[in-house]
Design a protein around this ligand. Structure first.
Ligand SMILES: *[C@@H]1O[C@H](CO)[C@@H](O)[C@H](O)[C@H]1NC(C)=O
Ligand SMILES: *[C@@H]1O[C@H](CO)[C@@H](O)[C@H](O)[C@H]1NC(C)=O
Ligand SMILES: *[C@@H]1O[C@H](CO)[C@@H](O)[C@H](O)[C@H]1NC(C)=O
Ligand SMILES: *[C@@H]1O[C@H](CO)[C@@H](O)[C@H](O)[C@H]1NC(C)=O
Ligand SMILES: *[C@@H]1O[C@H](CO)[C@@H](O)[C@H](O)[C@H]1NC(C)=O
Length: 319
């Protein structure tokens, strides 16, 4: 508390220490109040405090935001959280000035955190994430922002997949200005993520690959990022399945043990063909082989160009 240190360094000669203490306490209470109000809607939990008991199994529809550090995940988390809560308040008629609000809704800046560069080493969770954004008939969702640090991610992602049994989608953010080398190293992480999401449920999990910084001159267009990932996934898939039996049932079941993983073949036969090709080490990788849909969209909070991402969330929220 900075207030306390001020008291200590304040010379006693300046007079009324009692009133200084009183003011300090008042300021402290106001800050605490603001903090509690903030905590109520979304909170940060240090990753090291995360235990098996603090994450309980639940079926609340959930979205995860994943990606490397500096891809803008936490900014996106705060933006979506704030927008969803403002729109919900408006939908509940807490603001009569609807014309102004309708215009404000379109301005990205209104929802951005004051400090534009938020980084986080903890995961952020919003338990009051109201979707769809574009409809007044909203339903509660959970939005979780997982830190980019690869080790934290590797620990947290499986924990969330095991306990959040109704994950509607994952936003994976990519810096489209990243080098080929950086994208290649990310592709390992992303491939492992796909192995997990594909065994999560019969339908897998839908993934939005969001390309950030697409407005920068020299950034990679979608098709380049996509082709690079397809080539990498192809290599990784061949290695991964070479020594495994070619049914998807075996994917990662040692780690996942999802209740649904045994029913994965109860789908229609068309999907089974896809499973089969994904797990066949001599077939080239394609995104069609996955149960979950993978969409690539550029987006930029700076350019007020985030509609495609919001629509993607809304579509999954109503399904
Ligand atoms: C949860 O418990 C399992 C074993 O029951 C353990 O392997 C895992 O590391 C634990 N996860 C966390 C986040 O503590
Ligand atoms: C984009 O990438 C180039 C080359 O790596 C780098 O010099 C530049 O700083 C990057 N720009 C941004 C905004 O990240
Ligand atoms: C596949 O398994 C066999 C026998 O377990 C082993 O000898 C071989 O090295 C493995 N190949 C690869 C590519 O892992
Ligand atoms: C895997 O794919 C190859 C080439 O498409 C095909 O010849 C082979 O029969 C497939 N293997 C299985 C087990 O289906
Ligand atoms: C893109 O990344 C920058 C940080 O590098 C971040 O400030 C910005 O919010 C991100 N954009 C989106 C759409 O998340």
């Amino acid at each position: 508390m900075p207030q306390e240190t001020e008291i200590l360094t304040e010379p006693a000669a300046t007079g009324t220490p009692n009133s200084i203490i009183l003011i300090t306490i008042l300021v402290g209470l106001v800050l605490l109040g603001l903090f509690l109000i903030f905590q109520k809607s979304y909170s940060s939990t240090p990753a090291h405090l995360l235990t098996n008991t603090s994450i309980k199994k639940n079926h609340i529809p959930t979205f995860l935001i994943i990606g490397p550090s500096n891809s803008g995940k936490t900014t996106l988390f705060h933006y979506l959280s704030k927008k969803s809560s403002v729109l919900e308040a408006n939908a509940n008629g807490k603001d009569s000035d609807s014309d102004n609000e309708a215009n404000n809704d379109k301005k990205v800046n209104n929802y951005l955190p004051a400090d534009g560069t938020v980084t986080s080493t903890t995961f952020n969770i919003n338990n009051q994430f109201k979707l769809p954004l574009s409809s007044s008939f909203k339903k509660n969702h959970i939005l979780i922002d997982i830190p980019g640090n690869i080790q934290i991610s590797n620990n947290l992602v499986p924990t969330f997949l095991k306990n959040y049994l109704n994950i509607k989608g994952i936003i994976y953010l990519i810096d489209s200005n990243a080098s080929d080398e950086s994208l290649i190293s990310q592709s390992n992480f992303l491939f492992n993520l796909l192995l997990k999401t594909e065994s999560y449920s019969p339908n897998g999990i839908d993934i939005l690959i969001g390309l950030n910084k697409s407005e920068i001159f020299g950034s990679k267009p979608i098709f380049k990022v996509k082709n690079l990932l397809i080539n990498q996934f192809d290599l990784l898939k061949r290695n991964y399945f070479q020594n495994r039996s070619s049914t998807i049932k075996n994917i990662d079941t040692d780690q996942m043990n999802q209740p649904n993983s045994n029913s994965i073949d109860n789908d229609n036969s068309g999907d089974n063909d896809n499973d089969f090709q994904f797990a066949n080490s001599s077939t080239s990788f394609s995104f069609d082989q996955l149960e979950g849909n993978v969409d690539f969209f550029t987006g930029s909070l700076y350019k007020n160009d985030i509609d495609r991402w919001e629509n993607w969330l809304d579509e999954r929220a109503v399904n």
